[in-house]
Design a protein around this ligand. Structure first.
Ligand code: M6R
Length: 606
């Protein structure tokens, strides 16, 4: 999604900003731009497409100035054009980059148009630039101008602003969208993700909601939402300063699929106490007090939550509801006493999940976060953090974060089961042993890349396909369908196999690929009957199955077989061939695997 970078120092700002933007590239964007201030002159370069286009434009027309702002844009208001790319200028006096959405922009634009302001883009962000200009022309300067602007705008945003008449100062603000300030001798920088500036400095201040700041090499002035000077803590960021590379793989996604045995093993290790017992970060008091859980998440993290519900209810008898984060706060969710929410997010910045978490907090619920980015907004705002140790996930399609989330959810179910006396110490230890065998089973499953290629070659020709699963494999069918549609743009839907006969079976026609997940559990015979019904109507059957369960089927056209595993943990292992199928199909189709069209890694708008 959109990325912001700002810099003040003794180096050419455009070079530093371009390098920092490259570190945000993985998040997904469609255009980019940089503005620098040289004395009282604002220079601007913008380009549609990849940062390479911006790089070329800057090489053709180098941009001077030691202070500047840059942006990667993921279109929200207005199409993908150079005019809609950031930074936006107003009368060569103001330059602005903006993440988020200004909800009252139409009203503000009408007011500014009436005053004679002229707009050259369709964005809400250009309205902000003109609002600044209007306020500056009323005589407000610097931080006071920012204060006036913030009083007028509604929505979630992070901003970085250059004002021609404050040539040494960078102005920034945030509300719900992340923004961090980096400080080092001789430089100040800002970024919407600390990863973009970790190579410049490890000293980072995370602004709080409602904060705004005036930053220069001499002084950092941070104000809170009540316009009072605020003292914000400087922390040492754990974000990696290294430019993460593909390590010899063709794509980050391929690399991240291979990293899963380590990601799961590290996640388990971080949840193992000094006596070698699997323990999440919940205290015994919390485990005892919490009587039901509400899982809040989006996309893949939501499907992880759905798998987690089977474990939490099955092993610990704790009631769980799994909520779509973007819906949760817009109804009136009712909770019984003793509830807690679990927000699941790879990035820790998905605005839908962050807002849902805040809503739950306002209702008095205890908040637990399963996050992969330890300094993210969700991690900082939750009462308890259960980290996944997947390491930075760069591919837009989530892989290793998903299996690491499943690992934490399984451990949480064991922890609750023990605390609620649903599991004896021996049973819990047995489950821990099973979990410990997952990294090697996942490693073995990764070997199916080549076996899947012919299936991908066949699948790439289809406009549509279905994924089926039952029990714990039903949410995995949803996740497998999401992976395929994200990466290969093939229409794919996941269904509970038993639900087919209630309607979706009408979709079956000659040669429609139906991909079935089988783990050999008690429901497998029923799943196979449902599959037979699809085959009887002409579907092409593709199996993703454990060795024993695959032997029960003799009517499939293609199969991917993995070693037998305990069905309880099968979602963690069958996830691998499902990911590889989506990956190989995308490779066969030649789509952009790491940055699929229209998608962003971290979705910071509603
Ligand atoms: O960072 P989060 O886990 O909060 O992200 C949630 C979804 O946006 C994310 O899982 C998305 O669905 C991925 N593209 C899935 O591959």
């Amino acid at each position: 999604m959109c990325g912001i970078v700002g810099y003040i120092g003794d180096q050419p700002a455009a070079d530093i900003i371009l390098d920092a933007l490259k570190r945000l590239e993985y998040r997904g964007y469609d255009s980019s731009g940089i503005a620098t201030l040289e004395g009282k002159k604002i220079h601007l370069t913008r380009a549609v497409g990849k940062l390479a286009q911006l790089d070329t434009a800057l090489k053709n027309t180098p941009q001077a100035g030691n202070i500047g702002i840059g942006h990667t844009r993921w279109a929200t208001h207005g199409g993908v054009t150079e005019a809609n790319a950031h930074p936006h200028l107003a009368a060569d006096e103001v330059a602005i980059v903006h993440n988020g959405i200004i909800e009252n922009y139409a009203e503000l634009k009408a007011e500014l148009l009436a005053k004679g302001h002229e707009f050259s883009s369709q964005t809400d962000s250009e309205v902000l630039a003109h609002l600044f200009l209007d306020i500056v022309r009323q005589g407000y300067k610097g931080a006071q101008a920012m204060q006036q602007v913030l009083a007028r705008i509604k929505g979630a945003f992070a901003l970085a602003v250059l004002l021609r008449d404050s040539p040494d100062t960078l102005f920034v603000a945030r509300n719900a969208s992340p923004l961090a300030i980096g400080i080092e001798d001789g430089l100040v920088c800002v970024a919407s993700d600390a990863m973009a500036m970790a190579h410049l400095t490890r000293n980072v201040i995370y602004l709080k909601d409602g904060d705004y700041a005036a930053l220069s090499l001499d002084e950092l002035q941070i104000f809170d939402r009540d316009n009072q000077l605020a003292n914000r803590e400087i922390i040492r960021t754990s974000a990696s300063p290294a430019l993460i590379d593909k390590g010899g793989y063709r794509h980050f996604m391929e690399k991240e699929i291979h990293e899963q045995p380590d990601a799961i093993a590290h996640t388990i290790a971080a949840m193992t106490d000094a006596k070698g017992v699997l323990k999440t970060g919940l205290s015994d008091a919390d485990l005892g007090d919490i009587r039901h859980l509400v899982i809040l998440a989006a996309g893949t993290s939501h499907y992880a939550g759905q798998v987690g519900r089977y474990w939490l209810e099955g092993l610990a008898g704790i009631p769980v509801s799994v909520e779509t984060a973007s819906e949760y706060r817009y109804r009136a969710p009712a909770h019984l006493a003793g509830g807690a929410v679990v927000a699941i997010s790879q990035s820790g910045e998905s605005l839908d999940t962050l807002m849902a978490l805040r809503h739950a907090k306002e209702m008095g619920l205890k908040t637990i976060a399963i996050v992969n980015v330890p300094e993210s907004s969700i991690a900082r705002e939750a009462d308890i953090i259960l980290p996944t140790r997947a390491g930075p996930e760069i591919g837009v399609a989530s892989t290793k974060a998903f299996t690491a989330q499943l690992t934490v959810l399984f451990a949480l179910a064991v922890d609750f089961g023990r605390a609620k006396a649903r599991l004896s110490a021996d049973e819990a230890a047995g489950l821990q042993q099973k979990l410990l065998s997952v990294p090697s089973a996942v490693g073995a499953a990764i070997d199916c890349f080549e076996a899947i290629r012919p299936i991908a070659q066949s699948l790439k020709k289809t406009p549509s396909c279905l994924f089926l699963g039952r029990g714990r494999l039903y949410p995995l069918a949803l996740e497998a369908a999401l992976k395929l549609k994200e990466l290969s743009y093939i229409h794919a839907e996941g269904f509970a196999a038993g639900e087919m006969k209630h309607g979706p079976i009408a979709l079956i026609e000659e040669d429609l690929p139906v991909i079935c997940l089988l783990d050999g559990d008690d429901l497998s015979a029923k799943t196979i009957s449902n599959l037979k019904e699809a085959e009887a109507r002409g579907a092409t059957i593709i199996l993703i199955a454990t060795a024993s369960s695959a032997k029960l089927v003799d009517f499939d056209s293609f199969r991917v077989v993995i070693e037998d595993c305990d069905p309880l943990l099968a979602p963690l292992i069958l996830a691998i061939p499902a990911q590889i199928l989506a990956y190989q199909t995308a490779v066969e189709k030649g789509t952009d695997v790491d940055q699929p069209r229209n998608l962003a890694k971290s979705v910071t708008v509603e």
